[in-house]
Design a protein around this ligand. Structure first.
Ligand code: ADP
Ligand code: MG
Length: 390
């Protein structure tokens, strides 16, 4: 049974009346532009055909009552209980309810109406795998409150409020890419976001390709410390380069040629980190014309180069990610493979000729299992539309 149908059936059972609306918001995967968002660079994500769905209707009180079908758990809150992050009975909001409560809070802060709703929701975006299940929950509830509140926001504005919810209410320091891709996704297209200006456009995904996501199932701790160190290295690189290039504000402003001229003046580790960023931003620039020409093969090469750079220069890979990428790159039909997301575990993203996708997924899973003893999850995805009502 489709998730939507299950949700409307559960809604009827829980609330004793039919749901009035269905909302959907997808997860996302980033194809190119890794660790460049905080350097004012470009990212190239796609919304995927895995999403959070909500069956909902206005409640006749100010109260919002949610049923999380994936957990068989209920939670309730209202604008009055939001600041304390509690339910009306005084108990703390469970972690999962902080995402919908957070978007209600951020919408309220922006002066938008958030009437009470009854809702049942579930998702086929895997949780905590780096496909942004959290942003898909936020954007699905954003769209639901847009419907009940009777206002309309541009998708990017909704995305910004989702980011605010996650940063300030949930307390996770994420960039804008996840909510952006979930809100602004377009079927069969990649999204190109300029992380400095937040201007964006879409580019056609080359004909006849599938996006295959492979979860190593490895999750390293320590990630946030490593992440902060990488950010600090980039900032230090900018400070040092400013001695010769006083006009630069971030590594986005440094060309590859300019960087090569000055690289010798940087400490070795700072040079490696900054080189990844400068070259990765250049790769995303090259990707634009390759995608405009529909060149899957050369775009895939950029993905391969990105992985090598994340492994050798930015040093955010791990043995399992390297194994997954190495096997993928050896298989028929694979244009490109790389780790995606922050690194140290999580997923790889692969661009694969559609007719090979199924065989590729099977061979990748088998190869990874025999080399690591781990059972990977593999998802064959399509670039899909962003958040909206169904
Ligand atoms: P991800 O990379 O998937 O975004 P996060 O740790 O940022 O990982 O977010 C995962 C959290 O989002 C879950 O622990 C849960 O609190 C919430 N969440 C995601 N999907 C669901 C769902 N289907 N139902 C309830 N909560 C969800
Ligand atoms: Mg998340």
């Amino acid at each position: 049974m489709k998730i939507q149908d299950t949700l409307t059936a559960i809604f009827q059972e829980k609330f004793g009346r039919p749901a009035a609306f269905l909302a959907r918001a997808p997860g996302r995967v980033n194809l190119l532009g890794e660790h460049v968002d905080y350097n004012d660079g470009f990212v190239l994500p796609a919304a995927i055909d895995r999403a959070t769905y909500i069956a909902f209707a206005p409640s006749d009180s100010g109260l919002t009552t949610l049923w999380a079908a994936d957990f068989d758990k209920q939670a309730a809150f209202s604008p009055e209980t939001l600041p304390a992050k509690t339910q009306p009975d005084g108990s703390p909001l469970p972690d999962w309810a902080r995402y919908p409560a957070g978007i209600m809070w951020a919408l309220g802060e922006a002066g938008l109406e958030t009437p009470g709703m009854d809702a049942v929701f579930a998702s086929d975006v895997p949780r905590g795998s780096g496909l942004s299940s959290s942003a898909s929950v936020e954007m699905a509830f954003g769209v639901a409150w847009q419907q009940l509140g009777g206002w309309a926001l541009a998708p990017m504005e909704l995305a910004k409020l989702g980011q605010r919810a996650e940063n300030q209410y949930v307390g996770v320091n994420c960039g804008i890419m996840d909510q952006f891709a979930s809100a602004c996704g377009v079927e069969n297209r990649l999204l190109l976001l300029d992380c400095r200006s937040l201007e964006w456009e879409t580019l056609a995904l080359p004909e006849g390709v599938s996006i295959v996501v492979a979860d190593t199932t490895v999750r390293r701790k320590l990630t946030s410390g490593e992440y902060n160190q990488r950010r600090a290295s980039c900032e230090e690189a900018v400070r040092r380069l400013q001695a010769s290039l006083p006009d630069i504000r971030s590594l986005r402003d440094v060309s590859v040629a300019g960087f090569n001229r000055l690289a010798g003046s940087l400490p070795a580790e700072i040079e490696k980190r900054a080189r990844h960023v400068v070259e990765e931003i250049e790769r995303t620039r090259q990707a634009i014309s390759l995608l405009q020409a529909g060149d899957a093969s050369r775009f895939g090469n950029l993905m391969n180069e990105c992985h090598a750079s994340l492994r050798d220069l930015y040093e955010v890979s791990c043995p399992e990610l390297d194994v997954m990428v190495e096997i993928a790159q050896s298989l028929s039909g694979c244009y490109g493979a790389r780790l995606t997301g922050a690194g140290f575990g999580g997923c790889t993203v692969n661009l694969v000729a559609q007719e090979y996708a199924e065989a590729f997924a099977n061979a990748l899973a088998a190869g990874y299992k025999s080399k690591t003893g781990l059972h990977p999850e593999i998802y064959i995805c399509k670039a899909s539309a962003g958040a909206g009502l169904l």
